[in-house]
Design a binder for this molecule. Structure first.
Ligand code: ADP
Ligand code: MG
Length: 324
């Protein structure tokens, strides 16, 4: 089989599906890409690196890797209320493996096309497998969703369900088992192919006070909002969005742990003031967003509390522990 050099890799796998849009002055092929930012828009930029052994296992398929690298980046833009438009890809590989590159790039472009995102540049290197993606998105109207604007009295919400990605991970690892093949496949899918909440973020930008995407677990990520906003929070354990897929099949300590600490669900956690709840309810009615109320923002002195039957729960007493 022919081994391609760096330039051949770029032209054969990454520069063959040239697309453009009205704001893109120059894409792949020059010393840098050029973009015209439309008036009254903010450019949102986010970068993430995925390294073999740290962020994904050696046996991950190129198809799943392509999906996950894009999804985790898009999720960061979603949490700001941005619409993703352009992407750059820096890829480091131990060798030039045509079959692997074909599979990776085909899926990469398939996903980009779904989201109408254009690959505008990148870098190609030899070394241990690692992928860095930067996504560039637009925020219309110049108001982004920040971590720092939560206010005491805000209601706290989470989109979708929590803990399903964790369940999928442990099923993949064969640390957990499920007889029901359909549910097992669904949960593994949730781990491998999380859906970035882009349209939800764009809607929430109009009336939520703060937001973050849940990559490291609700406690950790909500903790970032609280720290930046200098607030505390009460979270009601029995209000957490935990699906029947988990409650019917796993132990309580497992699914509460997963929902609170595992992360990788890439759902949005957001806070919204009482006066804007009507707007949110309207969006829920129109099926524009699926989300659940899980607690309230309180004062910083009160800290972050888990509440069960009107009582504070001691994190340690119920067997919760942090994942490393
Ligand atoms: P330079 O030496 O100036 O960094 P490169 O040879 O690395 O240029 O890249 C040439 C062009 O190909 C640039 O436009 C760059 O953005 C693009 N490019 C390089 N690698 C990739 C990749 N993996 N995906 C998309 N574009 C790439
Ligand atoms: Mg280069």
């Amino acid at each position: 089989m022919i081994k391609y050099n760096e330039f051949e890799i770029i032209s054969n796998f990454f520069n063959k599906y040239q697309k453009t849009d009205k704001n893109l002055i120059k894409g792949i092929g020059d010393d840098s890409a050029l973009i015209k930012i439309p008036k009254h828009n903010i450019l949102a930029i986010s970068t993430d690196t995925l390294v073999e052994g740290t962020h994904f296992f050696k046996n991950i398929t190129p198809k799943n890797l392509a999906y996950k690298t894009i999804a985790v980046n898009l999720s960061d833009l979603a949490a700001m209320g941005a619409l993703p438009k352009w992407i750059t890809l820096s890829i480091t590989m131990p060798k030039s493996d045509n079959q692997w590159l074909k599979c990776f790039s085909e899926n990469f472009f398939k996903i980009l096309n779904q989201y109408k995102i254009i690959l505008i540049g990148g870098d190609t290197n030899c070394g241990p497998l690692s992928i860095t993606i930067s996504v560039y998105g637009l925020i219309q109207g110049e108001k982004a969703l920040l971590r720092e604007n939560a206010k005491e009295g805000d209601l706290i919400y989470v989109t979708g369900y929590l803990g399903e990605s964790a369940a999928g991970f442990f099923l993949l690892q064969k640390k957990k088992y499920l007889i029901n093949i359909k549910t097992k496949k669904y949960l593994i899918q949730k781990h491998l192919n999380p859906i970035p909440r882009i349209s939800e973020g764009i809607i929430l930008r109009n009336f939520a006070n703060s937001a973050i995407d849940i990559s490291d677990g609700l406690i950790s990520d909500l903790g970032h909002i609280l720290k930046k906003s200098q607030c505390g929070a009460d979270i009601y354990l029995n209000k957490l969005p935990i699906s029947k897929n988990l409650t019917n099949n796993f132990k309580k300590t497992n699914y509460f742990n997963w929902a609170l600490y595992f992360g990788e669900d890439y759902e949005l956690c957001f806070t919204i003031s009482k006066k804007n709840i009507k707007k949110l309810n309207l969006a829920i009615q129109k099926n524009l967003i699926q989300c659940k109320h899980i607690g309230y923002v309180t004062s910083q002195e009160k800290g972050l509390n888990l509440i069960k039957n009107n009582k504070k729960v001691n994190f340690k007493n119920i067997g919760f522990n942090h994942f490393n």
